[in-house]
Ligand binder design. Structure first.
Ligand SMILES: *[C@@H]1O[C@H](CO)[C@@H](O)[C@H](O)[C@H]1NC(C)=O
Ligand SMILES: *[C@@H]1O[C@H](CO)[C@@H](O)[C@H](O)[C@H]1NC(C)=O
Ligand SMILES: *[C@@H]1O[C@H](CO)[C@@H](O)[C@H](O)[C@H]1NC(C)=O
Ligand SMILES: *[C@@H]1O[C@H](CO)[C@@H](O)[C@H](O)[C@H]1NC(C)=O
Length: 800
């Protein structure tokens, strides 16, 4: 065993050991390291909220303007402008309701007056230097207008142009429909539905100097009841003529593509300079192609589990603007099996699929097969440019090309995710993923993509995926789970401000804001900061704080890849009197025979697994305490239900996390029989008068300093990791202050210990011990009693 346990380090009495692989795997992996409730978030000043207006809702359309320091939010009947520094401090709102005539018409058409017949803002895009373009559903009558926001923050304008334009082909009629849009060079690209019934779905380009253009109408091969998730411009080469627009959506599988009803996730492409065909496909896209996005995990039975319900997409830019990474969030369509996944796609893979075989089908009863025949030139999907196509405009395309494009909008091969599988899968939880944003974070040992994932329960997961050995073996580390809305509600919008280091979140009920990191919550020890593996945070010598790559290296301690506190923190330990290997957080608990006792021990990290070891005496072999009738292991500690004489001995509370084991606590249980109890109670009364103050050490030298700490710890008598940390802080501070006097401690300590041993026995415990097997109530009583005692002991020295 010895070699496996590795070197031992000490950190304010907390031992850290490296454990072998099998023990490491015991770490709980699928739980967040830290879980913060809504209350925790508010109380720790980590959440700012805008609770919404009584006459509004659906805060779903976000536009982040880092330069002006504003977040513009489109909601039901209103547009808001929030200050990025603090969304609750100063915001302005513009009411933009539908006219009463429109509302009446909407109601007569059979729509729900309060839920559908309002103006739900769906489009919010930068138009020019001074104006945004904004569209809403206008009570089933889409409308658009210009919103003046000024050039600079100081301009302080937020004004809606009273002139409205027709919003058809820009905003949907029905607020429930998923649509996506993007305004590029004065032209609006929108995936939406263009009719009252919500049947005519299309990808439109409107505004600007060109004639509006769209996808072929009523052709399910092009689009089959699509629900749009995102629109992005991604350059194909250094020549802007090759720029492509990509649309992310889900739709019903095409006829013959799938047995039964199924949803498929898609990526669609268009050329930005597509002007439509000349003789056919007039004012229709001639360069539209789509491919299936796959995100699945192989099942043990050979059947893959598919995540097809595309929910959100985040395009993560890289050094090369032509090759961003596409992060996509999916859920399952199944009613029985609830699951979510995140998959990553590379542009190289996407382009390869668009260059591969087209999907082809001759008659309605045939399967889709890869097209094997001759593909006309220029290859459909190529943009008119000097780089690839050698033609100037799509209007010059040969008829043959246009005809082929019209009947072959889909590619045969799907796009597989990077590494052929999801980077995150979550199946055993009561929530599903809805949104994602990703931040690139510079850490000591490299760059990490930190994902913030929104759920349908109003929570945010902060996840970092860390390469184990290579890029092909990623480890998902769930750092935090935070509740950001007062009640469970789906997170429907998310923006990340790198400049402010803040995250902004939208839902039906309001808007919330939270910082990207809260390093201080990880704890007050180097090892805890290191084990957290949060790329935003590092140990700076005194506390866990924000890591800045530019700062002085020497003092920074961080190890995201391995989370190894041994290499990072061992030289920080207090070498002097703490260096004895037997020194440990050490306390003595007295138990009365046939009574019960509870040994508290709960690690702060939810990912740590605790287990208990028992040893009869310090030299004895350690053995694991198994859960059985008398010993019950809980997340808070170990409950011993009926103390037996032979239970006395040493109990070690171990926490294993990410391959490292720390001994959080060492408890010596002393079992007292009834006669001795009487005796002790008697002496206790006499001794109670004079408990010495251990922090004012008397002038006497002693080498055995560790007792001093142990004594303090039994005084604190509350072995949660948190208070141990606080305590360590105090000890360290005090230690520096009293370094010179310290040598005189021990006599004091010994006296105090004897007295404390006598005092610590609770008379109430004796009463309860009479014949009773302890129950929880009893236990709580004892806990209260013990805490009260602690306070007495702490006060006592001062009154002497
Ligand atoms: C934000 O502003 C509100 C209202 O002025 C204030 O109560 C709150 O403390 C501020 N929060 C932060 C994190 O600045
Ligand atoms: C909603 O209420 C706010 C005041 O809380 C008011 O300023 C706004 O005009 C109202 N909006 C509409 C559309 O009536
Ligand atoms: C931006 O567009 C609006 C609406 O068309 C127009 O009134 C305004 O003058 C334009 N601003 C600039 C700086 O071009
Ligand atoms: C403890 O319980 C056992 C069995 O119930 C009994 O024999 C013994 O006398 C009890 N001891 C005390 C001190 O009450």
């Amino acid at each position: 065993m010895g070699s496996l346990w590795g070197s031992i380090m000490l950190l304010c009495g907390v031992f850290l050991l490296r454990v072998d692989g099998s023990a490491a795997q015991q770490t709980k992996t699928n739980v967040p390291r830290l879980k913060l409730s809504y209350k925790d978030m508010l109380e720790s000043n980590n959440l700012v909220t805008f609770e919404g207006l009584a006459n509004s809702s659906s805060y779903h359309t976000f536009l982040l303007d880092e330069e002006k320091g504003r977040l513009v939010v489109g909601a039901k009947d209103h547009i808001f402008s929030f200050n990025l520094l603090n969304i609750s401090r100063d915001y302005t709102q513009i009411p933009w309701p539908a006219s009463s005539t429109r509302r009446d018409e909407c109601k007569w058409a059979g729509k729900d007056l309060s839920r559908e017949c309002s103006n739900f803002i769906k489009v919010l895009q930068p138009f020019n230097q001074t104006h945004l373009y904004v569209c809403g559903t206008g009570a089933f009558h889409p409308v658009c207008s210009y919103l003046e926001v000024g050039k600079k923050l100081e301009d302080n304008v937020f004004r809606l142009d009273p002139l409205v334009e027709n919003g058809r082909g820009k905003s949907p009629y029905d607020p429930k429909l998923l649509t996506a849009s993007m305004l590029i060079d004065g032209e609006l690209y929108a995936g939406t539905s263009a009719d009252f019934m919500g049947r005519d779905f299309a990808i439109f380009r409107t505004l600007g100097k060109h004639h509006p253009i769209r996808t072929e109408q009523h052709d399910s091969r092009w689009l089959n009841d699509p629900r749009f998730v995102g629109v992005h411009l991604i350059p194909e080469s250094d020549n802007p003529e090759d720029d492509k627009i990509y649309l992310l959506f889900k739709e019903n599988a095409m006829d013959g593509e799938h047995a039964g009803k199924a949803t498929h996730a898609r990526i669609g492409q268009l050329c930005k300079n597509d002007l439509g065909g000349h003789r056919s496909l007039v004012n229709k896209w001639t360069t539209f192609l789509k491919a299936r996005l796959l995100c699945s995990v192989p099942g043990s039975n050979g059947i893959d589990t598919h995540f097809d319900e595309l929910q959100d997409v985040f395009v993560m830019s890289t050094k090369d603007p032509k090759s961003p990474i596409i992060y996509a969030v999916f859920t399952t369509s199944s009613n029985i099996f609830k699951g979510s996944a995140v998959c990553m796609y590379s542009m190289t893979d996407i382009r390869r699929v668009f260059l591969g075989p087209y999907a082809h089908r001759d008659g309605p009863n045939y399967q889709w097969v890869p097209f094997q025949g001759r593909v006309p030139y220029p290859r459909p999907g190529t943009c008119p440019s000097k780089t690839f196509g050698g033609f100037d405009t799509t209007k010059d395309l040969p008829d043959e090309v246009v005809t082929f494009a019209r009947s072959h909008p889909a590619m045969f091969n799907p796009v597989y995710p990077i590494n052929n599988r999801p980077i995150i899968v979550k199946t055993d939880v009561d929530y599903q993923f809805t949104q994602i944003v990703v931040d690139k974070v510079e850490a000591e040992d490299g760059q990490y993509d930190v994902m913030f994932i929104g759920t349908d329960m109003g929570t945010i997961l902060k996840v970092v995926s860390i390469p184990r050995g290579s890029w092909h073996d990623l480890e998902e580390v769930l750092l935090e789970e935070m509740t950001v809305f007062r009640e469970p509600t789906a997170i429907t919008a998310m923006e990340l401000s790198v400049k402010q280091q803040q995250l902004y979140l939208g839902s039906d009920i309001g808007v919330s804001q939270m910082p990207l990191h809260r390093c201080e919550v990880y704890g007050k020890a180097c090892a805890e900061c290191c084990l957290a593996r949060d790329p935003y945070c590092a140990w700076d010598g005194t506390e866990c704080s924000r890591y800045f790559p530019m700062a002085k290296r020497r003092t920074r301690r961080q190890d995201i890849r391995n989370g190894d506190p041994l290499t990072q923190c061992s030289d920080l330990q207090h070498q002097d009197e703490l260096s004895g290997q037997t020194t440990l957080l050490d306390k003595t608990v007295y138990g009365v025979e046939n009574s019960s006792t509870f040994l508290e021990c709960s690690p702060k990290s939810q990912r740590a697994l605790t287990y208990w070891q028992y040893q009869r005496s310090a030299d004895d072999r350690k053995q694991e305490v198994q859960s059985e009738e008398r010993f019950i292991r809980t997340d808070q500690g170990l409950l011993i239900r009926t103390i037996n004489k032979k239970d006395s001995g040493i109990y070690l509370c171990q926490a294993v996390e990410h391959g490292f084991m720390q001994t959080l606590l060492k408890v010596t249980l002393e079992v007292i029989d009834t006669e001795r109890l009487e005796d002790l109670l008697h002496r206790n009364e006499e001794a109670a008068v004079s408990v010495p103050a251990p922090h004012i050490p008397p002038p006497q030298e002693n080498p055995n300093q560790k007792l001093w700490y142990r004594d303090f710890l039994s005084l604190v008598n509350h072995p949660t990791l948190n208070s141990v940390d606080e305590f360590c802080e105090q000890v360290w501070k005090r230690e520096r202050k009293h370094r010179k006097q310290k040598a005189h401690l021990v006599q004091q300590v010994q006296i105090h210990q004897q007295q404390q041993q006598q005092k610590v026995v609770n008379p109430r415990a004796h009463m309860h011990a009479q014949g009773l097997a302890a129950n929880w109530k009893h236990l709580q009583e004892r806990q209260k009693g013990r805490n009260r005692r602690t306070h007495e002991l702490e006060r006592a020295p001062r009154s002497v």
